[in-house]
Design a protein around this ligand. Structure first.
Ligand SMILES: *Cc1c(COP(=O)(O)O)cnc(C)c1O
Length: 422
């Protein structure tokens, strides 16, 4: 038996999968924060390209992937699906455990799947530069790579405390010729206002979003780009689940449990959404989002309209939220520290199609340690929440003597996160 299931270049998906076409219910639209009415797409056009706005709204099932985007994907896709034999043996479980390895991308995580797509559609509409925020730095470095290969520029606002804690992510952005600023910065009006209120602030994702959005609004030929949460971001990530489905067919196994870690919902959604048609046929398929106990949007949040940022500038999204003013404690999985959640995943949870569990830092850390030794990849702190979830199910299967098939998404490696583990 081979541990890895590889696909060929022609198996790179030809379209992104839109789950909205297949579920028997509708989704609540984003609301304009000024009028509380559904957002007028024209207003979004100030900072997003027309194609991405269309993708945000469309009910079409299959959105073709442009050939240039597929070519860029081919640098690292299709990614392998791996049978975690070492983990199965360590847990002495009859369960079969598989993981989809998105850590093989040039910047080490799944984020490039949407970074390339977003840069492409912006460039296609004549935009020369993107602005964005980044927390732990994975998104900033992915967008820097994507803009580099498409001959564009990028301006990244990185939460000040993270930039100090994760200097190598800053170096990676610079390496790909991106500009990066500690946020709050004196570059924007919002940044200067945050600084005048508290010159020693460590910054937050909310502040960084306000800066990046303002920067795009006020600059000519600059658009804003977001790395998670929004529907078009999850759409781009569905290449993960489409490949994984094909790979599970090759090994002739049907998943009983699908898991992913959950920050804003992009790696989780990208992995599980292509399996929703199976879920509609087979109630027993379990789909589980693994979030940190310290930032429990899905397990403790309310399902309601809320702002995407702390300043209250963005459209209102219907989602599970801890409130826009929630400040998560400084857990080390920086990429999971978001007060809200993807509206698509929130709705599927609300409809009972997806479950959520919360994993504490120690359980996640222990899972990461075990996985590193028996499978040979140091996971990102975010990813270790999905591993911990898979281990829970594998232990349960061992107790009951069940041959469950457990598949999780391995969203990224932790080679630049060793400070957090220390
Ligand atoms: C950003 C990130 C996450 C969390 O973001 P999602 O949008 O929830 O996927 C998880 N894992 C890794 C490796 C990340 O870089």
């Amino acid at each position: 038996m081979n541990r890895r299931v590889y696909l060929n270049d022609e198996d790179i998906p030809k379209y992104w999968y839109n789950v909205k076409a297949d579920v028997p219910f509708g989704f609540d639209p984003p609301l304009d924060p000024e009028t509380n009415e559904p957002m007028d797409p024209e207003k979004l056009a100030a900072i997003f390209p027309k194609h991405l706005i269309e993708q945000e709204m469309t009910l079409e099932r299959e959105i073709p992937i442009p050939s240039k985007v597929r070519e860029a994907y081919a640098i690292y896709r299709p990614t392998p699906l791996v049978r975690a034999i070492g983990l199965e043996r360590a847990l002495d479980t009859p369960a079969h455990i598989y993981y989809k390895n998105e850590s093989v991308s040039p910047t080490g995580s799944h984020k490039l799947n949407t970074a390339i797509a977003q840069a492409y559609f912006n460039k296609d509409e004549g935009v020369a530069k993107l602005s964005t925020e980044t927390g732990a730095g994975q998104w900033g470095s992915a967008l820097a790579y994507a803009t580099k290969i498409l001959n564009m520029d990028v301006e990244v606002f990185m939460v000040k405390i993270s930039l100090e804690q994760k200097p190598f992510r800053r170096r990676m952005v610079n390496f790909f010729d991106g500009k990066i600023h500690p946020s709050p910065s004196s570059l924007t009006e919002n940044g200067r206002s945050f600084l005048s209120k508290d010159p020693d602030t460590t910054g937050s994702l909310g502040m960084a979003i306000s800066e990046a959005v303002e920067f795009a609004f006020k600059s000519k030929n600059v658009n804003y780009s977001l790395g998670s949460v929004l529907d078009h971001v999850l759409l781009h990530q569905t290449v993960i689940g489409q490949e994984a489905k094909k790979q599970m067919e090759i090994v002739a196994e049907e998943p009983d449990v699908l898991l992913g870690c959950f920050g804003g919902g992009s790696n989780f959604g990208g992995f599980v959404l292509p399996f929703i048609p199976e879920k509609l046929k087979n109630e027993k398929l379990e789909i589980v989002a693994c979030e940190p106990v310290a930032c429990p949007s899905l397990t403790k949040g309310e399902y309601r309209y809320d702002y995407g940022d702390s300043a209250g500038l963005t459209p209102l999204l219907k989602m599970y939220t801890l409130g826009k003013d929630f400040v998560p404690p400084p857990i080390h999985a920086g990429g999971l520290r978001y007060h809200g959640a993807s509206p698509i995943i929130s709705k599927l949870i609300h409809e009972g199609m997806i479950n959520a569990i919360a994993v504490d830092q120690e359980e996640a850390f222990n899972a990461a340690k075990l996985f590193s030794v028996v499978e040979g990849i140091i996971p990102a702190p975010e990813t270790s929440h999905a591993i911990a979830g898979a281990i829970r199910y594998a232990k349960e299967a061992a107790k009951l003597g069940e041959k469950k098939v457990i598949v999780f998404n391995f969203s990224g490696h932790g080679l630049l996160d060793l400070n957090a583990y220390a």
